[in-house]
Write a protein that binds this ligand. Sequence first.
Ligand SMILES: Nc1nc(=O)c2c([nH]1)NC[C@@H]1CN(c3ccc(C(=O)N[C@@H](CCC(=O)O)C(=O)O)cc3)C=[N+]21
Ligand SMILES: [Mg+2]
Length: 291
Amino acid sequence: MVETRLIDGKAFAEGLRGRIATEVAAFEAATGVKPGLAVVLVGEDPASAVYVRNKGKQTLEAGMASIEHKLPADTAQDVVLALVRTLNADPTVHGILVQLPLPAHIDAQAVLATIDPAKDVDGFHVVNAGRLAVGLEALVPCTPLGCVLLLKDQLGSLAGLEAVVVGRSNIVGKPLAQLLLREDCTVTIAHSRTRDLADVCRRADILIGAVGRPEMIRGVWIKPGATVIDVGINRVEKPGGGTRLVGDIAFDEAQGIAGAITPVPGGVGPMTIACLLQNTLTAAKRLVDAA
Ligand SMILES: Nc1nc(=O)c2c([nH]1)NC[C@@H]1CN(c3ccc(C(=O)N[C@@H](CCC(=O)O)C(=O)O)cc3)C=[N+]21
Ligand SMILES: [Mg+2]
């Protein structure tokens, strides 16, 4: 039995946001440019509205400008594309985030492809995905970046470790595998069709849940002492009524097995927003250097 450490992503993210705020102030003093983040929200998904509000608040707290565009759910795709082009051309905007998911009548790939890759602070444009894959300077997706920052804080060097990423999405699983490769991990991407998933997970020194299925990864799938990162944010019904958030990992079962684990909430989620602010500052610096 090991004592399982809690990885406090909320506290780490707070510290990171403080360091970013200091850098933003120095950048503005040196260049006269205040980094600006534009967030586009189409429709009224309540969870998305909460995330967008948190992003706006933390952007302002970091000393950056927050530009919010809220469009009705029935907005035509051409209108969204025209807004993105306007933001691409706006010199006060250094980062553009179009909140996903988009309503079904809008082709998300077409919208992402329209964002200037230099302002693509989500790192979802194919140019940034490709640049990450071939090892060029890129804007890197925020959730994977946050996971790697937590892992390096816990473990120091990740070189040679076995990492298993459960989940193959374009926004988490695939870019996270690329980042872990860059850290010299031995990387496996597992998913819903993986055979003997429990055995694959038990190989992992670093186990990452990014499938979006509540508590799917069980305690006995974890190698004793492994570092476990839970990307899942699933809202589930409580037995007595109401809802609560759970991750993709059965958190209670992991106690006494995992060496360390991120909680949900308070783990990866806050790191995602901190990394978004980091990417906005990075984009602003590169845009000013290129001007
Ligand atoms: N273009 C785009 N980029 C995104 O990065 C993006 C997106 N679309 N669509 C939605 C998802 C989700 N997402 C989260 C960000 C922060 C928390 C977060 O801060 N969570 C807190 C609070 C959770 C809660 O209480 O609801 C926590 O885990 O502790 C969660 C989820 C970013 N997303
Ligand atoms: Mg996923």
